[in-house]
Design a protein around this ligand. Sequence first.
Ligand SMILES: C[S@@+](CC[C@H](N)C(=O)[O-])C[C@H]1O[C@@H](n2cnc3c(N)ncnc32)[C@H](O)[C@@H]1O
Length: 329
Amino acid sequence: MDTLDWLRDADPTVPNAARAYNYAIGEPHNLHADRQFAEDIHQASGRTFLAEAQANRAFVLDTVRTLSHDAGIRQFLDIGCGVPTRTNAHDAAPHADIVYVDIDPVVVGHCRHLWSGHPRIGVIHGDVRQPEQILRHPDVTARLDLTQPIGVLLGAVLDFVADPGDAAGILTQLAAAAAPGSYLALSHSLVTSRNIAQQDRVRRLFRQTATPLYPRTAAQLHTILDGWSRTEPNLNPITHWHPEPLHLDRHAPIGAIAIVARNRPCRSRPPAGPCQGSRPPRPETADPAPASAPLAPVTHCDDDGPAAAQHSRHRKMFCVSMQDVGTSP
Ligand SMILES: C[S@@+](CC[C@H](N)C(=O)[O-])C[C@H]1O[C@@H](n2cnc3c(N)ncnc32)[C@H](O)[C@@H]1O
């Protein structure tokens, strides 16, 4: 691709969320307005945005790798895929079939330019708020076999859905359409009692873009995830996914979380409790655990699937509870 082709349809005067994120994760496909916007968000967030964006990208790619290598997932639907980066989902899972979906025509054009004709990649223009249109799209039905498990990637995209009811409906529809045993990788910005002022500033800044942002509380995130298996609370600080230390004040409030879930309940769940190895969700109103609170011992849970069982980092993640994330405002 010619180095300038990707921005042919971009408006250089308006900051763009996809390209600001691209800048935040250290990639080159962004313009001055996007970079300035990303730096403004970084300041408004309490200087957490850049590190959390990098951790978010690590979460998405690491989860694809894990699901592909350890859970045998061979097909992915990456909704809100973002601007192409040096490493993409298909690089993390080279033997998988992948459909990339984004609402941003510049992103879609860039993906198509790079990957049209690729035997394992489809690229469609789509809106996460209309999951049925995505699922019925001929490029999706031709490439993905929805009778077999898939990995649904929703990396930092449900943040752009205004209504929590709509977000819940989207997740329910995706859970119902995907074959049993499918996985969801979801990351989302988080509002807590510690960062409510920062998130408010961030939200106001995002109004400059075509895609306003709607950070959510832990309670709201639990509610919208209702259709997916919640054998673990799974609201884990996004930074836990980054393989290396990040430039982040260790006392900085958590601004984003990640979740890996499945779309069917734990089959071997004993009548009176969660499946072996998982902790029951603790009530939202419980006192927050101190940051140094020990994690529950990690034990095997068959119904979290091989990915959870075999990937040590994810095993740890699956045992971090909401209380480690922080309280809701
Ligand atoms: C922060 S980027 C995340 C990129 C990638 N998923 C990741 O986590 O690394 C969010 C992406 O979601 C896209 N997006 C925003 N609203 C969307 C919508 N309603 N439907 C589909 N994509 C959307 C943006 O264009 C952008 O590319």
